[in-house]
Structure formats: structure tokens, C-alpha cells
Write a protein that binds this ligand. Structure first.
Ligand SMILES: NC(=O)c1ccc[n+]([C@@H]2O[C@H](COP(=O)([O-])OP(=O)(O)OC[C@H]3O[C@@H](n4cnc5c(N)ncnc54)[C@H](O)[C@@H]3O)[C@@H](O)[C@H]2O)c1
Length: 112
């Protein structure tokens, strides 16, 4: 079964069998691709619409494969900036938001 555009609800997904299922779902395309602007924005809007607001944004998706460095930049940089801007625009108090926290996963490689 292809899972692109499907919504999959998994309980206990942080570890064990649930995590295995989550990983299998992701391999079958059941996720938004952060390099696809429409998909990424739709996923964020869907979360806001479902839960009313987003308080914490974790931009964690990333790859390490320098043979496809353009893709690396798209995922590790462009999508992180896009996700940050989406969350910022949603959270900013001067525009009616309720504040929040944005966490961007990085690497110590960036410090060196
Ligand atoms: N593991 C490390 O040692 C390490 C070190 C430094 C930084 N990081 C960073 O931490 C973050 C997580 O790394 P990890 O080790 O858990 O890697 P991982 O490969 O286990 O997880 C990366 C996740 O990003 C997702 N992803 C990749 N491309 C995507 C895309 N286009 N759209 C949506 N999701 C996408 C993958 O499906 C996966 O779920 C990454 O940003 C990585 O660069 C990891």
C-alpha cells in the first residue's frame, strides 16, 4: 500500500514496535516532504487547523549525503529557514500569535 497523502495515527511511536511502524510508514511516503513547499505549508496549516495553534516547532528533518549536496541544502538549510519563518509568522505576538519556541536541529560540525 502506498501511503503518500495518507494520514497515519500511531500510538507508542517513540520506540519499539510503534517506532518500527512509523519508520515503515515514512519509507512508503507517508510524510510531508519539507522540500515541497505546498506539502510543508499544508502540513503546518493542518496542525494549526486541528489543534488551534502550534507552540513548539522542531525543524529536525535532515540528511547527510554530500553526493547530493543540492538536496542537502534544500533539506538542511532552505526547509529549516522555511519552517522557521512559518512558525515565526504563526507565533509572533505582535501579529496576534501566542509566542512559542522554535528548535532547529543542528550539528557540532557547524561550529567547527
Ligand atoms: N545523528 C547524528 O549524529 C547527527 C549529528 C548532527 C546533526 N544531526 C541532525 O539531526 C537531525 C536528525 O538526524 P537523525 O540522526 O535522527 O537522522 P535520521 O536519518 O534518523 O532522521 C532524519 C529524519 O529526517 C527525515 N527526512 C529526510 N528528508 C526529509 C524530507 N525531505 N522531508 C521530510 N523529512 C525528511 C527522514 O525521514 C528522517 O525521519 C538531522 O537534521 C541531522 O542532520 C544528526
Amino acid at each position: 500500500m502506498q501511503l503518500k497523502d495518507k494520514v497515519v495515527f500511531i500510538t507508542g511511536g517513540a520506540q519499539g514496535f510503534g517506532r518500527g511502524v512509523a519508520e515503515a510508514v515514512l519509507k512508503k511516503g507517508g510524510k510531508c516532504d519539507v522540500t515541497n513547499v505546498a506539502e510543508f505549508e499544508d502540513a503546518f496549516k493542518a496542525a494549526v487547523s486541528k489543534f488551534g495553534h502550534v507552540d513548539v516547532m522542531c525543524n529536525n528533518a535532515g540528511i547527510l549525503d554530500e553526493r547530493i549536496w543540492e538536496k542537502e541544502l534544500e533539506i538542511n538549510f532552505t526547509a529549516v529557514v522555511r519552517g522557521t519563518m512559518m512558525a515565526l509568522n504563526h507565533m509572533r505576538k505582535d501579529k496576534g500569535g501566542r509566542g512559542g519556541v522554535i528548535i532547529n536541529t543542528a550539528s557540532t560540525a557547524g561550529m567547527r
